[in-house]
Design a protein around this ligand. Structure first.
Ligand code: SF4
Length: 340
C-alpha cells in the first residue's frame, strides 16, 4: 500500500507522541509496514483486554486518525528490525510479522511468532488471506504479558517518541517555516533518513543528529530513525526540531516538503538550505536513492557503506554530476553541508 492510499484509508497523519512503556497484561507486538493488517488486528482484539504495540516501521501507524482511535493501540515496543532477536527474547507476548526486514526467530520466542502476507518462517503459524487472527489472540491471552508495567526506553534513554509529521502536517505550518528561515531562526534542514542495519558505524547517525546546530531542523523517515528518535532536540518557534515523517514509503512526503519550500523561496530544491543524509541498506533505500537522483537532488551524503551496485564508473559519474559523497564524521559533514 502506498502513502497516498494509506492517507485515503486512514486519514492524514497528525503529530502524535507515542509511549515506549508497556502496560501490564496481555499484549501483541506487530512489526512491519502493513497498516491494513494492523487495522484488522485492532478490530479483532477490541474489548478483549489485549493491548497492541507497534514495532519497527509500524510506529507511524499511531499518527493515522482511523488507527489512533483504537484505545488499545498503546505504544511502540523496541527499535528497528536488526534488534528483533534481542528485543523479542523471551517476550511474554506473541509477535505478528507483516512485510518487513526480518531476523530469523530464536528458539526463545519462536513459539510465539505469527506471520502473514509474504512473510513466513518454518514452524511459525501463518495467518492466511482470511485474516483470522484468533491464534495470535489466544497466544496473547495464554502468555498473559508482563505482571507489572515496563518502563522501556529508546536507544538514547528517552521514554517516548513522536511521529506523524507527514508533508500535510509540516506544510500546514509552511508560513511559520518560511518566516523562520527568512528571519534566520532556521538556518538549515537535514533529512536524515533511510534503512537501518546491524553493521558498526551506524551510530554516525545518532551523533550527527545530536550535533546538528540548534537553529536547524531534522526531518526523518524509515527505520534508521530509531538511532535518534527518542532524543529531545527542543523546538524552534513552536516547531519541534526533530520531525518523523513516517515509513520509508513516505519518502514521497519529504519530496513534497522540499518542492513546496523551493516554491515558497522561488528557487530550486538544490538551492534550499536542505541536505540529504541517507542511511544505506540494500533494500528500499535503493528506490529512495534512485528517486532522489531522478529528481536531480545533489550533494547527498550516503553511509555507512556505499551501495553494492556502485561500480567505480557509476560512482565517478554520481560524484561528478550529483556531488554524492560517502559520510565522513558528523562534525566535518555538518560543517560542509551547512556551507553548501
Ligand atoms: S526502512 Fe528499510 S531496513 Fe527498515 S524495515 Fe523498511 S525496508 Fe527494512
Amino acid at each position: 500500500m502506498d502513502i497516498t492510499s494509506n492517507t485515503e484509508t486512514y486519514g492524514t497523519p497528525e503529530p502524535t507522541a507515542v509511549t515506549l512503556t508497556v502496560e501490564k497484561g496481555p499484549f501483541i507486538v506487530v512489526t512491519g509496514h502493513d497498516l491494513k493488517d494492523l487495522q484488522l488486528l485492532l478490530e479483532q482484539t477490541e474489548g478483549k483486554g489485549i493491548n497492541i504495540y507497534t514495532h519497527g516501521e509500524m510506529l507511524p501507524a499511531h499518527a493515522y486518525p482511523l488507527l489512533k482511535k483504537f484505545s488499545h493501540l498503546k505504544g511502540n515496543f523496541g527499535t528497528a528490525w536488526q534488534n528483533q532477536q534481542k528485543e523479542f527474547d523471551h517476550l511474554p507476548a506473541p509477535i505478528l510479522y507483516t512485510t518487513n526486514c526480518l531476523m530469523p526467530p530464536k528458539s526463545s520466542y519462536a513459539d510465539r511468532v505469527f506471520t502473514t502476507e509474504v512473510v513466513a518462517f518454518p514452524g511459525a503459524v501463518h495467518i492466511d488471506e482470511k485474516k483470522d487472527f484468533t491464534p495470535v489472540i489466544e497466544k496473547a491471552l495464554e502468555l498473559g504479558g508482563y505482571k507489572e508495567e515496563q518502563i522501556r526506553t529508546g536507544i538514547n534513554g528517552g521514554t517516548k517518541v513522536t511521529t506523524g509529521f507527514g508533508h500535510a502536517a509540516i506544510l500546514s505550518h509552511a508560513d511559520t517555516v518560511v518566516e523562520a528561515v527568512k528571519s534566520g531562526a532556521i538556518r538549515h534542514f537535514f533529512l536524515v533518513a533511510g534503512c537501518d542495519g546491524a553493521k558498526p558505524g551506524r551510530n554516525y547517525y545518532t551523533e550527527f543528529v545530536k550535533q546538528t546546530p540548534s537553529d536547524s531542523i531534522v526531518l526523518t523517515l524509515a527505520c534508521g530513525k530509531f538511532r535518534f528518535n527518542d532524543l529531545d532536540l527542543g523546538e524552534i518557534g513552536g516547531l519541534p526540531r526533530l520531525m518523523d515523517m513516517g515509513q520509508c514509503n513516505d519518502a514521497y512526503g519529504a519530496i513534497q516538503v522540499a518542492v513546496a519550500l523551493a516554491d515558497a523561496f522561488g528557487c530550486s530544491v538544490n538551492e534550499l538550505p536542505l541536505s540529504f543524509v541517507l542511511s544505506w541498506y540494500e533494500q528500499k533505500a535503493v528506490c529512495i536513492l534512485l528517486t532522489l537522483l531522478h529528481l536531480g537532488i545533489k550533494n547527498i551524503r550516503l553511509g555507512p557503506s556505499l551501495p553494492a551496485f556502485l561500480s567505480p564508473n557509476i560512482l565517478n559519474y554520481l560524484v561528478e554530476n550529483y556531488g554524492i559523497a560517502p559520510i565522513t564524521t558528523p562534525e566535518e559533514d555538518i560543517k560542509a553541508l551547512m556551507k553548501q
